[in-house]
Write a protein that binds this ligand. Structure first.
Ligand code: SF4
Length: 222
């Protein structure tokens, strides 16, 4: 069993640790990049790995240097093993991509702020895409969101892991504020009704899409 020390993950060598700083929607600043580079050089961290969740893992840290590394970084811990919200993948969207029809990056950052502290029965990942090309891998994330010309599509129960599952489309053509309310209802329902370690994919199969859609009665979303 991996020892957990201030958000760190014991590595295969059973001696060094990896940490994953929190990087909302994968957006960095020059100051954060500089802090990361300085820490890597100062502590001779051997590996910097860009993860599939648009984060950076610093791998090969000595146990007695973990506290100092975090102090020097001055960044929040990104969760990588706990049963909770892990990360949001958000594609560039209208800010940066010529195909974008919705602001996926802005929405991703908003969602990260709103839901980061929620605990869940299993790990939870969100994918936000600014157009139907779906670079945010929205159909294979626990919560998937896709921007289309008429508004946002909300998807639930996707997974790209050992038992892949394409998420179910629960609603389409949503304004941003309605989407945020519906996402919150959905997350609360999942949090309160799923079994421990039951990912949204298994939960969706057990509960069924019709039951999931009942979460969104008119009363609940207004
Ligand atoms: S999903 Fe669309 S908007 Fe987002 S990066 Fe891909 S092509 Fe661009």
């Amino acid at each position: 069993m991996a020892e957990d020390l201030k958000g760190s993950i014991l590595q295969r060598d059973r001696d060094t640790y990896a940490i994953v700083p929190r990087i909302p929607a994968g957006v960095l600043t020059p100051e954060k990049l500089e802090a990361l580079a300085n820490v890597v050089k100062k502590y001779r961290i051997p590996v910097i790995k860009i993860t599939s969740g648009h984060r950076l893992a610093l791998v090969g840290i000595k146990k007695d240097e973990i506290d100092s590394v975090w102090r020097d970084l001055d960044m929040d811990i990104g969760r990588a093993t706990e049963l909770c919200f892990h990360y949001i993948q958000a594609c560039p969207g209208t800010d940066l991509c010529r195909y974008g029809v919705q602001d996926s990056l802005g929405l991703g950052i908003d969602l990260e702020k709103r839901f980061y502290d929620m605990k869940f029965p299993a790990k939870l990942k969100i994918g936000v895409s600014g157009c139907p090309f779906c670079c945010g891998e929205s159909y294979v994330r626990d919560i998937g969101i896709v921007g289309k010309k008429k508004g946002w599509t909300l998807i639930f129960g996707g997974n790209s892991g050992r038992k892949p599952r394409i998420g179910d489309v629960l609603a389409e053509d949503l304004e941003k504020d309605v989407l945020l309310k519906m996402t919150e209802k959905l997350l609360v329902y999942y949090r309160d009704n799923a079994k421990k370690r039951e990912r949204t994919a298994q939960f969706a199969d057990r509960i069924g899409i019709d039951e999931l859609k009942k979460v969104f009665t008119t009363d609940q979303t207004t």
